[in-house]
Structures are given as structure tokens and as C-alpha cells.
Design a protein around this ligand. Structure first.
Ligand code: URP
Ligand code: ZN
Ligand code: ZN
Length: 466
């Protein structure tokens, strides 16, 4: 067989196990796996001494999002370049309706943000922010190729908050349409009460950004997860908890899965590698994200959940704000634009802290970053695995070579990084997206706008652990 491109001699991670050999690519697709593939007239990418892994899917990003009185600083141009440098070949963003807009308009708005700019493939979760109006639009959105929806249990001031009736009704609709509901689970009323109790000049002077952690104890997340899991159990609707950050949340999900509740849970890499001690540091306010960074014991529980299967996906919740944007806080933690940059460091952090430090095997990492997100979000078998017939979305990483995280040298628009100064292995030496080399020798070489929207017909795993 003749190939357009052959990735030669790497340690190739596939669903059937790893082997040392070649990946043959014809056009946009993987056409063959094996040893000694024909390289006549083919472009050869030497992967000797490197891991060849499936391109990463970051299924939780917010690019150019109007939020917290500003707009997140990475758009589809910078955000997807940052992703590519970290081996990310697909992103899923959240299309959020305007104050009066429909679900369809939200999708159109996010399509426009991505078109002409995205380096890699993309799609969107559709956010239901006004259940009464939006509930009857779900069926048409599924027909249009969107099979994942999102509701927020907080963010009343943004106009995004859903109540129990909305969660319950939307989960019923998910069951009806074979779709999946993603939920940001935090308990809004108690959270608001804790914020109000602490929102005094004296406490703000005393604690500064540490108030973000003080007002978000673990039960804020745990109670909300418990409640929405109950609605999933009652309706049979497929539920996916986004950015789970607590040990208690992981315990609730584990117990629910054991009872057969169709609930899946994602965590984000920042909850695995950072903890809330950062808020007491210089520039602690920069680290404010939502839900909050928790304790080392929570991180350990989440790593264990990844290993055992109750936590099935690692994402980033990329929502980048610059130092200038974060300075809007002026000493009041409730005014900090909440979110962290992340796309560029997802794979390096997971590889360095997960694989090299013995918490996950390489195969487990690829399942959490690629295979599971693709299956759960309805993008398999096209995405998420190195197998014949799949898109040739591939990251080639050196097993040990590290790069220091230096914000000024990164692709993201962030002028700071939660990981500045960290030495991380796992940056992509080469990234391929649908057969094109978009990162070569650690530098982005692909063109903006080549990324494509990915229509879907399915979502969820009906309660399976992954
Ligand atoms: O701090 C965060 N996570 N900002 C983005 C919005 C969200 O809740 O995911
Ligand atoms: Zn959220
Ligand atoms: Zn988010």
C-alpha cells in the first residue's frame, strides 16, 4: 500500500495495546499500522525514541467567552494554537445563548468565533440557560448535530443558572433524544450565603484571595452533585459532571455508578496538580477559578478515581484571563474573572505528573485524554484512537525531554501561567491533525481556519465506567 505520510519507528499507543512501528496515513485518515510500512513517495515523520499517541480532545474549553464583566483572552486562533502545541487536536467549547437568544443562535455565534480561526477540529456543547424557552429547541439541535447540552447550577448574575425543575426536565429530554447533559454542580444558595457572610472590608483585608477557598467548602460541590445525580437516577437521563474537584464528589459518583445511575465525571488537570495553598501566595488571586482549587487529599482522590474508572475524562476548563483582567478584583475576590489558561499544558501536566510520577500508565493517560472523551462526546470512532479508519490526529512526544513553562514563550494569550517555571515533559514535538503536520519540532506550523466543525449523532456511555 502507498501512503501520503508514514510516522516511522515510534512507540505507538493503540486501543489494542502499544507496539513499536509505523502509522501509515492516506489523506486525512490512518490507513495502516504495522512494522516496515512502505515509505516510497511518502513524507516520513521519524518518531524513533518517541511515544506516538492519539491527539488529545479537550472537551471543556471557553474561548472568547463573555464572562465576569470581560471576555476570556484566548480566542480560536490563540487557544487552538496553544492546544496544538500541547498535542490537542479537538476542542469542545460551550455555546451560551445571549439574554434573549435561542439555542440555534448560540450555536451560530460560536460557529462564527471558530470559523477562519481554528487550527484544529471543534464542536460545542449547547447551554440551556432559560429552560422554559429552550426545552422545545433541544430536538432540533440534536438533528443539527449537537448531542451534548449543558446547565449551570450557579451564575445567576450571568443569567445562566438552572434550577432543579430545569435539570430534571432536561435530563428527561436527554433520555428521550439519546443526548447527554453536562452540569456545573455547585450549590448556589448556600454558596451565596457564605459569600455574603464573608463580604466585609475587614475580612477581605485579612484574607484577600483566600476567601475564594474559604467560601467554597467541599460540601458546596458535593451537595449539588448529590442532587443532580438524584435527578439522573429518577429520569434515567445521561449526566456528565464537569470539572469535579472534590473527594466527596468522587465518592458520590462512585456510589451512583455502582447503583447503575447513568452518570459520568470529568476532572480538570488543575485539580490534580494544584491546591488551594496558592491563594495565600503573591498573586494568589490569579488562580481563582470555579469550582475552586481544593486540598491535596482531594487531588489524591481524583487521581485514584481516574485509575479506578469513576473519573473518566481529564479536561482543562480553559478560560484565560490576563493579569490586567485579573486585576479587576481590586482586593475583592467576588470580582476576580474566574478561570485559568490550560490548553497548552493539559498533556504535559498529565504526562509529567501522571505518567512519569507513576499515577497513570501511558495507556490510561491516553484513555482519559483521548479515547474516553471521544467516545463519551459522540466523536468515536473518528476521533480519540490510533486505529485504521480514524482521523490521523496524532501527538508525538519525547518520553523524558522537558520544557520549562515560560509564559512569554507560549502560544496562549495569557501573560502568566499557573505553572510558570515548572519543567514539563510531554509537549508535542509533532502534532498531526487529519494528516496535516500542524506542530513540527515543538513549533506551530499549521494555518488558522483549517479546523472543521464536527457534527455528532450520539453521546454518553449509559452509566458505564470508562
Ligand atoms: O472558572 C471557570 N471555570 N470559568 C469558566 C466557567 C465555568 O464555570 O466553567
Ligand atoms: Zn463550570
Ligand atoms: Zn467551564
Amino acid at each position: 500500500m502507498r501512503f501520503d505520510r508514514v510516522i516511522r519507528g515510534g512507540h505507538v499507543v493503540t486501543p489494542g495495546g502499544a507496539f513499536t512501528g509505523d502509522v501509515g496515513i492516506i489523506g486525512e485518515k490512518i490507513a495502516a499500522l504495522g512494522a516496515g510500512l512502505d515509505t516510497d513517495n511518502a513524507d516520513v515523520v521519524d518518531a524513533t525514541g518517541h511515544h506516538v499517541i492519539p491527539g488529545v480532545l479537550d472537551v471543556h474549553v471557553h474561548l472568547e467567552l463573555p464572562f465576569c464583566g470581560t471576555v476570556s483572552a484566548d480566542d480560536y486562533r490563540t487557544g487552538t494554537r496553544a492546544g496544538a502545541r500541547g498535542g490537542v487536536t479537538t476542542v469542545i467549547d460551550f455555546a451560551i445563548p445571549s439574554a434573549t437568544g435561542s439555542l440555534s443562535e448560540a450555536a451560530d455565534t460560536w460557529m462564527k468565533k471558530a470559523e477562519g480561526k481554528s487550527l484544529i477540529d471543534y464542536t460545542f456543547h449547547i447551554c440551556i440557560t432559560r429552560y422554559n424557552e429552550h426545552k422545545d429547541q433541544i430536538a432540533d439541535m440534536v438533528k443539527r448535530g449537537f448531542t451534548t447540552f449543558k446547565e449551570f447550577m450557579i451564575y445567576e448574575s450571568e443569567g445562566w443558572q438552572s434550577d432543579d425543575r430545569a435539570l430534571f426536565g432536561t435530563l428527561e429530554k436527554m433520555k428521550e433524544h439519546g443526548a447527554m447533559l453536562l452540569v456545573h454542580a455547585e450549590s448556589s444558595r448556600v454558596l451565596d450565603e457564605l459569600i455574603a457572610r464573608h463580604h466585609t472590608p475587614a475580612l477581605m483585608k485579612e484574607h484577600g484571595a483566600v476567601l475564594h477557598a474559604i467560601t467554597r467548602p467541599n460540601f458546596i460541590e458535593a451537595e449539588a452533585i448529590q442532587r443532580v445525580v438524584q435527578w439522573s437516577e429518577a429520569t434515567g437521563g445521561q449526566l456528565y459532571i464537569v470539572h469535579m474537584s472534590t473527594a466527596e464528589g468522587a465518592d458520590i459518583v462512585t456510589a451512583a455508578q455502582a447503583r447503575g445511575v447513568p452518570v459520568l465525571a470529568e476532572t480538570c488537570v488543575q485539580y490534580l496538580v494544584l491546591d488551594d495553598s496558592v491563594f495565600a501566595g503573591v498573586d494568589g488571586h490569579l488562580f481563582a477559578c470555579c469550582p475552586q482549587l481544593k486540598k491535596p487529599a482531594d487531588s489524591e482522590r481524583l487521581w485514584r478515581g481516574l485509575k479506578r474508572g469513576e473519573v473518566c475524562v481529564i479536561s482543562t476548563d480553559t478560560c484565560t484571563f490576563t493579569r490586567e483582567q485579573k486585576a479587576m478584583w481590586e482586593g475583592d475576590w467576588t470580582k476576580i474573572p474566574m478561570g485559568l489558561p490550560g490548553l497548552e499544558t493539559l498533556l504535559p501536566l498529565t504526562y509529567t505528573k501522571g505518567v512519569l510520577e507513576g499515577r497513570l500508565t501511558l495507556d490510561e493517560m491516553s484513555r482519559k485524554l483521548s479515547t474516553n472523551p471521544a467516545r463519551i462526546m459522540g466523536l468515536a470512532p473518528r476521533k480519540g484512537a490510533i486505529q485504521v479508519g480514524a482521523d490521523a490526529d496524532i501527538a508525538i512526544i519525547h518520553p523524558t525531554r522537558t520544557h520549562k513553562v515560560v509564559p512569554s514563550e507560549m502560544e496562549t494569550n495569557a501573560d502568566w501561567s499557573p505553572y510558570a517555571g515548572w519543567d514539563l515533559a510531554g509537549f508535542a514535538r509533532t502534532t498531526l491533525s487529519r494528516g496535516d503536520v500542524i506542530v513540527d519540532d515543538y513549533k506551530v506550523v499549521g494555518n488558522p481556519g483549517r479546523g472543521q466543525w464536527l457534527p455528532r449523532t450520539t453521546a454518553g456511555l449509559a452509566g458505564a465506567r470508562a
